[in-house]
Ligand binder design. Structure first.
Ligand SMILES: [Fe+2]
Ligand SMILES: [Fe+2]
Length: 277
């Protein structure tokens, strides 16, 4: 069904939603509407400075967030799934924000297709992890969480290339490095259902890094900038600290993200091994 509402006003409204469950379900509806030609115009409504969030989880400094020791006892696995669900909720907001914030750059429709497809994936991931929490008698909001992901992205609010350099190509790419060992530990802890959910997430996230890289290259091209040196400069500006090896080189390469970008920014030069998977 066609709507008079612009895409950006629908996205800004969605970003303001506090309830995480409502937000995730509504994202899936909005993306289906977009894909069916339901939005005639992009518009130019600004997204909120900070997205709506539920009262719980409480946001605390990273060192006060429960550790994610994965074993047969459910406590560590609940902490892990809760932490990743929180990352997925942030990822929903980041994808919606990407599709709403940078309209002044007059990006092609494909940009919106890509980031809305990412938002839909993130909503699916979040809902899948809510199911895993429910299976362990837990809910999103039961544990504190930290706000590092949103804060890291917020620094690039006014800089499309900076946002593309950091959100998909530092933060999501880091997920490719660390998820395979989580899957192995979940399997070792006899939790194949959660391992399967993380495997779906891992495969989808390769696509998200690829989309980030595609648009980073595109905007560099439009601005006649060299992608590799521009990425080094932006990561130096917006990301505190060096990148942590070991890198999942095969997954990064599958996302068209070559080591020419990240290897020179690593904190060590001795560990460029791929994890097993
Ligand atoms: Fe995700
Ligand atoms: Fe993602």
């Amino acid at each position: 069904m066609r709507t008079e509402q612009t895409l950006t006003s629908a996205l800004a409204n969605l970003l303001r939603v506090d309830c995480a469950l409502d937000k995730a379900k509504s994202v899936r509806q909005l993306v289906a509407q977009w894909q069916n030609g339901g939005y005639v115009t992009i518009g130019s409504e600004r997204p909120p400075v900070r997205p709506g969030r539920p009262n719980r989880p409480q946001l605390r400094p990273p060192r006060e967030v429960p550790r994610r020791r994965i074993g047969k006892a459910t406590g560590g696995r609940i902490a892990l799934v809760h932490a990743i669900a929180h990352i997925e909720l942030n990822a929903i907001d980041l994808a919606l924000d990407m599709a709403c914030r940078y309209v002044a750059h007059r990006l092609p429709n494909d940009f919106y297709n890509d980031w809305l497809a990412v938002a839909d994936d993130e909503a699916r991931h979040f809902l899948m992890l809510l199911d895993r929490l429910a299976a362990m008698d837990a809910r999103y909001g039961d544990l504190p969480a930290h706000d590092g992901l949103w804060q890291a992205a917020q620094e690039t609010t006014d800089d499309l290339l900076g946002r593309l350099a950091i959100a998909p190509l530092v933060l999501e790419a880091r997920g490719l490095d660390v998820t395979p060992s989580m899957i192995d530990r979940l399997q070792a802890a006899a939790d194949p259902e959660t391992a399967a959910a993380f495997t779906i997430i891992m495969n989808d996230e390769i696509g998200h890094v690829a989309i980030g890289k595609k648009w980073f290259d595109y905007v560099c091209g439009m601005q006649r900038r060299d992608p590799v040196s521009t990425w080094h400069q932006l990561v130096g500006t917006y990301f505190r600290g060096a990148l942590k090896p070991p890198f999942n080189i095969s997954a990064r390469t599958a996302a068209n993200f070559s080591a020419a970008f990240y290897a020179p920014m690593a904190e060590r030069t001795d560990l460029y091994d791929s994890p097993r998977r």
